[in-house]
Design a protein around this ligand. Structure first.
Ligand code: 0X9
Ligand code: ZN
Length: 429
């Protein structure tokens, strides 16, 4: 055996032993309630300059338990990816980068440092938007706010999560006859800024004295579900900060489903590049966010006379996306959605200069079973948008809590722009 081959084999065995050991440590950790740590996990921005490089990245994404985590997925030549590399993969990653002459830059040198700095060091007591709340705190706040504003707020729920947690929201309504906006927020567990922004909006609609805010608060009804993936959100607090999916069990290789791949419009009509269940997790049998029968889709379908706008809150990359994601064919109203999106992005830019890009989902990457493809194509709600909040990747999913309020302020401005332009174009009264 040539010595280089021999050393590769030895290295492979060492790696395998390391993986087994890490898994055992992780399992014990889970059992005793220890949080996963991300010391020396690094995030690189990797440029994709040719098809060969793109293929390698797709292959890497396909490997089950490869432990690379794509914060920004490979899509097409010319669009860089963000990839989190664990320390035990550092040399393999270097080798891959070198072998195909990738160019990359180190974006986050130590993910654990960002996790440690995400929340303020000395948080003030009580409910405020200076820190990220836990799932229990959000539920408690919702109960409290509903009790305090029972003239305007009605508690709502569309059922239970896989782990049997009631999914709570509010309907905010100042007068009868209003058209409604539905906000589905925080469907991806690690995108904490989504839920925080949704709760801030509820509070602002109740308390703001700004005339433009009062107008949209009072002349529209708002269905707001701040956290639509409570199991995943809990898990991202208690165990693994980087968890994305639900906590539903499917088979040995498939823990958790991606809820934003399981809505029932043209579900799996196109194949995404990643085909294995552990990563794609679309192999749940019933589409439409189905972990319980009384689900989000049914809730919306029963109210399509009322709901005229469907918004899905995510992070990150500062984007406003409209249907479709499953096909490159533009929706018949794509030009209007682009215009409305640009009006929203224009308003969003005003307070702090934050730039959002606006386009259809497919231009970002192909995805089937997304909620807004379904709300547009399945439920017939023309004004369907995904927000990808701050930032552009400096912190990524680990946006420091001191950006909750600025993010929320600019998103609220964008809602004014979005609704104004929709009215101008005749989509809303
Ligand atoms: O992949 C998703 O579900 C969304 N991005 S995220 O990073 N928050 O997970 C975006 C879905 C929008 N559609 C397409 N990108 N095609
Ligand atoms: Zn997301």
């Amino acid at each position: 055996m040539p010595s280089s081959h021999f050393s590769l084999v030895v290295k492979k065995k060492q790696n395998e032993a390391f993986v087994v050991l890490t898994s055992v440590v992780l399992l014990i950790g889970c059992a005793v309630g220890v949080k996963d740590r991300f010391d020396n996990y690094k995030v690189y921005t990797v440029n994709v300059d040719n098809e060969a490089q793109l293929k390698v990245l797709f292959d890497l994404e396909k490997v089950a338990f490869s432990s690379y985590d794509f914060w920004k997925r490979p899509t097409k030549v010319g669009l860089p990816v963000d990839i989190m590399v664990p320390p035990h993969k550092a040399s393999e990653f270097d080798e891959i980068m070198r072998s195909l002459s990738f160019t990359s830059t180190l974006k986050i040198p130590d993910v654990q440092v960002l996790i440690d700095n995400e929340q303020p060091k000395n948080p003030r007591d009580g409910f405020n938007w200076e820190r990220y709340w836990t799932m229990d705190e959000i539920n408690e706040w919702l109960d409290q706010i509903v009790a305090e504003h029972s003239d305007v707020l009605t508690p709502i729920s569309y059922g239970y999560s896989y782990e049997l947690e009631e999914i709570k929201g509010v309907l905010l309504s100042y007068q009868s006859g209003n058209p409604a906006i539905f906000i589905e927020s925080h469907i991806h567990a690690r995108e904490w800024i989504a839920g925080a922004t949704a709760t801030w909006l509820i509070n602002e609609f109740l308390t703001s004295t700004d005339p433009e805010v009062r107008r949209i608060a009072e002349s529209y009804d708002w269905y707001i579900f701040p956290v639509t993936n409570p199991d995943g959100y809990r898990y991202s607090h208690d165990v693994n900060r980087m968890w994305r999916k639900t906590r539903s069990r499917h088979d040995l290789y498939c823990l958790g489903a991606d809820p934003n791949r399981n809505f029932g419009h043209m579900w799996q009509a196109a194949l995404e590049p990643v085909l294995i269940p552990a990563l794609r997790s679309s192999l749940v049998l019933l589409p439409s966010l189905n972990w319980r029968p009384d689900n989000l889709a049914n809730f919306v379908l029963q109210r399509t006379d009322h709901i005229k706008v469907y918004l899905s809150f995510h992070s990150f990359t500062q984007l406003l996306l409209y249907p479709f994601s499953f096909t490159p064919n533009p929706s018949p109203i794509a030009d209007d959605l682009q215009r409305i999106g640009e009006a929203a992005a224009y308003r969003l830019r005003q307070p702090f200069g934050t730039e959002y890009r606006v386009f259809n989902g497919h231009s970002l990457y192909i995805a089937t079973g997304t909620s807004v493809d379904w709300s547009y194509g399945g439920a017939g709600i023309d004004l369907s948008f995904i927000y990808e909040f701050r930032d552009l990747g400096t912190y990524g999913f680990l946006l420091p809590a001191d950006q909750i309020i600025p993010n929320s302020i600019e998103v609220l401005q964008s809602l004014i722009g979005l609704l104004d332009e929709s009215e101008n174009l005749g989509y809303l009264p």
